[in-house]
Design a protein around this ligand. Structure first.
Ligand SMILES: CC(C)(COP(=O)(O)OP(=O)(O)OC[C@H]1O[C@@H](n2cnc3c(N)ncnc32)[C@H](O)[C@@H]1OP(=O)(O)O)[C@@H](O)C(=O)NCCC(=O)NCCS
Length: 235
């Protein structure tokens, strides 16, 4: 099984992320200051859950009645939907999914949901149909990775998303991203909120724009970095 930090079902693929990517990006593109990197390195010795942002479950749950979605935790009976999403080529290409993406793996991943949140590794939420409670999409938050390490910059939060293939192009990812970004800015108060998007991924770019993020530059891992201007404190 993959280390816990890498088992989130929606992280953009991070292969090839190098120390220079973050240092270059933060200095030139998004103004994440060098002190953040140094502080993050210092925090590594006491673990990744220590930091200024503590991931918590939105309470009460976030709802977009017009879109017909509610953001809720993953549940055991969502495993079939999760395994199906993991084997969707579009999700597998753009998101970080476990190598074993069958029903048993999905069940194990869901069973680890609470631990990932408690350890500050990820807040992974289902965008569920307010009527049927079926999984429509996923939206998640996690600490932006520190350069070339298993640690985190815990005052910088990254957001990601996917939508079940049959429910795409109906506004669900945008609605879910808007909900979670708005809540995170107000409740978690990160120094910055970012997304990493493969260039040319028009759907995700539209989702990011709809959630209030703007493109700030290209990272060395060949993803574009999108930043929520409202969260920048050092720009
Ligand atoms: C990208 C993705 C999340 C979009 O989800 P979605 O629920 O279809 O998104 P929305 O319906 O909210 O669409 C948002 C906008 O993008 C547009 N859009 C969506 N998919 C598109 C596509 N393939 N090509 C062009 N435009 C697209 C929509 O028309 C909409 O436009 P608007 O803002 O002008 O109304 C979905 O296609 C997906 O899950 N892809 C695979 C996983 C993935 O790429 N995740 C992101 C990793 S960074």
């Amino acid at each position: 099984m993959l280390p816990a930090r890498r088992t989130c079902s929606l992280r953009p693929c991070s292969g090839g992320v190098s120390p220079s990517f973050c240092l270059h990006a933060v200095t030139v593109e998004v103004h994440i200051c060098k002190e953040d990197v140094v502080a993050s390195a210092a925090r590594r010795s006491i673990g990744p859950t220590v930091g200024r942002v503590k991931l918590t479950l939105p309470t009460p749950p976030l709802v977009d009645a017009a879109a017909g979605i509610i953001l809720r935790p993953w549940r055991v009976d969502d495993a079939t939907a999760l395994a199906a999403a993991w084997t969707d080529p579009a999700v597998a290409r753009h998101c970080e999914v476990p190598p074993d993406s069958d029903l048993a793996a999905a069940s194990r991943w869901i069973a680890g949901w609470t631990e990932r949140l408690e350890r500050g590794l990820a807040l992974d939420l289902v965008a569920a149909d307010t009527g049927s409670d079926a999984v429509i999409a996923e939206v998640g938050l996690w600490p932006f990775p520190a350069p070339g390490s298993g640690s985190v910059l815990s005052d910088v939060v990254e957001v990601g998303w996917w939508t079940v293939a049959a429910r795409r192009r109906q506004g669900f990812a945008t609605a879910a991203a808007r909900l979670v970004v708005g809540w995170a800015l107000a409740s978690l108060a990160p120094a910055r909120l970012v997304a990493r998007i493969p260039p040319g991924s028009v759907g995700s770019e539209r989702v990011a724009t709809g959630a209030g993020l703007t493109r700030r530059g290209r990272l060395d891992d060949h993803h574009d970095l999108w930043v929520c201007p409202r969260a920048i404190v050092h720009a």
